[in-house]
Design a protein around this ligand. Structure first.
Ligand code: M6R
Length: 364
């Protein structure tokens, strides 16, 4: 079943160009250059607020989507991890859409949160990878990902497929709300269509990343930094590293460094900076320099322009293709997954079955 791969996780990382393309094909009409959603019995134009609820990696996909829903559709978004949402008595007003994201569609806290939101009169949308799951059955709007079975406990291909669906959803909502022109919609379709090739280009750096795993493997703590829609990637990178390599890792918004975590920086703490070139790049580079000035060892993940501008003095760089900011979170997911994977292999941990973890968390 694993074919030529050593682990399911590795196989699933490499499946991403194919499964993201498969997923996008259900949400894009290539001839019309339009985004399209399945039929629903309510009007998206009436949605006044979105509440996103999920756990773990699916929650981080939701964090990225918050940027998109607000930027494209100008619809306010609340987001919570399911275990907090279900017990905090959230205010759920009429006209609200509650959006649940889950690979399995069975995560106990997310399912309980869904039922709570439904009882409170919210419309229920779900992004799930298992179309026969409880969440899929209980939704008003089912948005499947077509990642195929995900066996590795560490979620990889489900995440990028979730992002693909959420980007299409945000664009469709923006169209329905009159916030996105036809030309802008065509551009979104164009960028999303470029994602599979960009994922392939990112995967081509597998060997470089494998070769630098020994720089991270001895660390006790690792920090991940990102900004804007790439900030959740820092959280995702840290989660991946913790769960399969057992190295303590934290993700931070780059701008938060000086509010505490910079106190941790010394030669022994690698800092992974996720920073595609673009409007926010300069700001992240200055945070990176603050790290370097304190002896921190930086791994910069950026494109050729970013590396040319700021690669000097880094312990290592990982070059990504230059992509539109919309698809950057999908593309930059690849190097953080591969880095965690190779560090775990270097440490000899059980990549597909990490200790203390289950693939699907069906108890609270
Ligand atoms: O099936 P779900 O997407 O609802 O699962 C949510 C989390 O349990 C899951 O993403 C978990 O954090 C993964 N092990 C992350 O790699």
């Amino acid at each position: 079943e694993k074919g030529n791969y050593r682990h399911y996780m590795q196989k699933e990382i490499f499946e991403q160009p194919t499964v993201v393309a498969q997923t996008l094909s259900s949400y894009i009409r290539p001839l019309e250059q339009q985004v399209a959603l399945p039929q629903m019995d309510f009007d998206l134009a009436d949605v006044k607020r979105i509440t996103i609820v999920a756990c773990g990696t699916s929650f981080y996909a939701g964090l990225v989507a918050k940027y998109w829903f607000e930027q494209f559709a100008r619809v306010p978004v609340d987001i919570d991890v399911a275990s907090e949402f279900r017990y905090r008595d959230p205010v759920l007003e009429a006209g609200g859409l509650a959006l649940f994201i889950s690979q399995s569609g069975e995560t106990a806290d997310t399912l309980a949160a869904l039922r709570h939101a439904k009882a409170e009169g919210q419309k229920i949308a779900v992004v799930v990878n298992v179309p026969t799951s409880s969440m899929a059955r209980e939704a008003d709007l089912l948005l499947p990902t077509h990642a195929g079975p995900e066996i590795g406990v560490a979620s990889t291909k489900a995440f990028t497929c979730q992002l693909a669906v959420l980007a299409a959803f945000a664009a469709n909502l923006a169209v329905k709300k009159g916030r996105m022109t036809r030309a802008e919609e065509q551009e979104v379709v164009q960028h999303l269509t470029e994602a599979p090739a960009a994922l392939n280009a990112a995967l081509a750096h597998d060997d470089d990343i494998a070769a630098m795993a020994h720089l991270i493997a001895p660390a006790r703590d690792v920090l991940y930094l990102g900004r804007g829609p790439d900030f959740p990637l820092a959280l995702e990178g840290a989660l991946k590293l913790k769960e399969i390599s057992y190295i303590h890792a934290e993700g931070y918004a780059s701008g938060e460094m000086k509010h505490g975590p910079i106190a941790l920086i010394d030669e022994a703490v690698p800092v992974i900076v996720i920073a595609p070139s673009g409007p926010l790049f300069e700001k992240t580079v200055s945070n990176m320099h603050e790290v370097m000035a304190r002896g921190g060892k930086v791994v910069l993940i950026s494109d050729a322009d970013g590396i040319a501008e700021a690669g000097e003095g880094c312990m290592a760089t990982i070059e990504m293709p230059k992509v539109h900011p919309l698809i950057a979170p999908l593309v930059y997911a690849v190097p953080v997954q591969l880095l965690a994977y190779h560090v775990a292999c270097a440490k000899g941990t059980d990549v597909d079955q990490p200790r203390n973890l289950a693939k699907s968390v069906t108890v609270e």
